[in-house]
Design a protein around this ligand. Structure first.
Ligand SMILES: [Fe+2]
Length: 343
């Protein structure tokens, strides 16, 4: 028989002093450090001060019975193994105790060698269960870490796409970042929650990524686009979601797909109108239009800030969602539009 490690502590819970003393003596000889408790209350008190590695728990005790105490012990002390002890072999009670987390049971009158076997078996079971649990936790943590790392890599790749886009179009350098800042300011002003703001951030950063597929000659044309060229340029709202769809969520691709939708449904090939347009796209449309007007374009210089703000005001309820436009105008009135030097 293996001698227990000196640090293994056993709490013997039994209302009969003689039983406690007998078990105490036998297990001490086997190398266990033993403590005793005469009832459930005393057992909980002792566990609170110094939790045992194993509890031998009598089922029939005055006051709270052992099978009633068992769920409390397994809940609060999940690394403690419990061995039930009983004078009457009641199969239903024993099965219930095993279901509630007991690792083994012993029957009175005790064969003391069997008691030692049972204690060792229960400790081994607990050790194996804890090892499996730790391994599972380690695997779960590894999955979480790797998912985070993959997400980071994907977003890093996406950001590179934005850089590539802005390298390709000399007139829109910095546009995506500025539009992101302005969109987030409007979103916060409208009281969007953390998830909505996060989706808005990525939708705004990536809103024009589909322009990577547009002919640079059209993108950089120093003059107004012909209807054909405009049609080609507007393909970016279909291409963008296809480029980033595999690595971002549906809300973000919807924001990208609908950022040119007008509130009054008079936009180029749009299918949604009014409140049916995704929330992020309604906000992005305001930020995008403002920054486009406020920047130099191939065919004109940047417009004065007052004129840009006025265009948003006049477009509220027609081109722009009224709430998003109103939130932008509140920011403008307080000189809080990012990147804009207001009047
Ligand atoms: Fe766009």
């Amino acid at each position: 028989m293996a001698v227990a490690a000196r640090s293994t502590q056993v709490l013997i819970v039994d209302d009969e002093r003689l039983v406690r003393r007998t078990l105490h003596k036998k297990l001490s000889r086997e190398g266990y450090r033993c403590e005793e408790a005469g009832d459930a209350e005393e057992a909980l008190h002792q566990m609170g001060g110094n939790p045992a590695d194993l509890v031998i728990l009598d089922i029939m005790m005055p006051g709270k019975s052992g099978d009633t105490l068992l769920p409390e012990l397994t809940l609060h002390y999940p690394t403690t193994a419990v061995v039930m002890s009983t004078a009457v072999v009641d199969a239903d009670t024993i099965i219930r105790c095993m279901k509630n987390g007991a690792k083994d049971y012993i029957c009175k009158p005790f064969n003391l060698d069997n008691v030692v076997d049972s204690v060792e078996r229960a400790l081994s079971k607990m050790e194996a269960e804890l090892a499996v649990k730790n391994h599972q936790q380690m695997l779960e943590q590894r999955v979480v870490d790797q998912t985070k790392e993959l997400h980071k890599l994907s977003l890093g790749a996406i950001k590179s796409l934005v850089v590539a886009l802005e390298e390709k179009d000399k007139y829109t350098a910095g546009h995506s970042l500025r539009v992101t800042d302005i969109s987030l300011a409007i979103g916060k002003e409208m009281g969007l929650n953390t998830q909505e703001l996060d989706d808005l951030r990525w939708g705004a950063l990536l809103h024009d990524v589909g322009k990577l597929a547009i002919d640079p000659a059209i993108q950089n044309k120093p003059g107004r686009l012909t209807p054909d060229e405009y049609e080609q340029m507007m393909m970016h709202i279909q291409v963008g979601p296809r480029i980033v769809g595999p690595v971002v969520n549906q809300t973000i691709t919807d924001i990208i797909a609908h950022h040119h939708d007008r509130h009054d449904n008079k936009g180029f090939s749009q299918f949604l109108r009014g409140e049916a347009i995704p929330l992020g796209a309604r906000i992005l449309a305001v930020a995008d239009s403002f920054d486009a007007m406020y920047s130099d374009r191939p065919y004109r210089n940047a417009l004065p800030v007052e004129k840009c703000i006025n265009e948003i005001r006049e477009g509220a309820g027609t081109q722009f969602n009224p709430e998003a436009a109103a939130a932008f105008l509140r920011l403008a009135a307080e000189d809080r539009v990012p990147h804009a030097v207001c009047c």
